[in-house]
Design a protein around this ligand. Structure first.
Ligand SMILES: [Zn+2]
Length: 79
């Protein structure tokens, strides 16, 4: 998908992502975004799920609504 939109930055630096862009990439309320600066460009993408304890991105499970990796699940089971 190619899409161009022009938005003003407000007085505290906020920018609204248009609804059709949010829907196109599957962003929902409270999703975490990753913001990278590459040369002169600001690249915003949907953040990968990470373990709430250690921040790893692989071998993740949902536990009581939170994302936890397998090694932290083992640590929890041994405590
Ligand atoms: Zn972990």
């Amino acid at each position: 998908m190619a899409y161009t939109s022009y938005k003003k930055i407000d007085d505290v630096g906020r920018v609204v992502l248009p609804k059709d862009i949010r829907e196109e990439v599957g962003l929902r309320l409270n999703d975490m975004l990753k913001i990278d600066v590459e040369n002169e460009r600001i690249v915003i993408s949907k953040a990968e799920d990470t373990c709430v304890f250690c921040g790893k991105t692989g071998q993740l499970k949902k536990f009581m609504g939170k994302t936890v990796c397998e090694s932290c699940v083992k640590e929890l089971n041994n405590s």
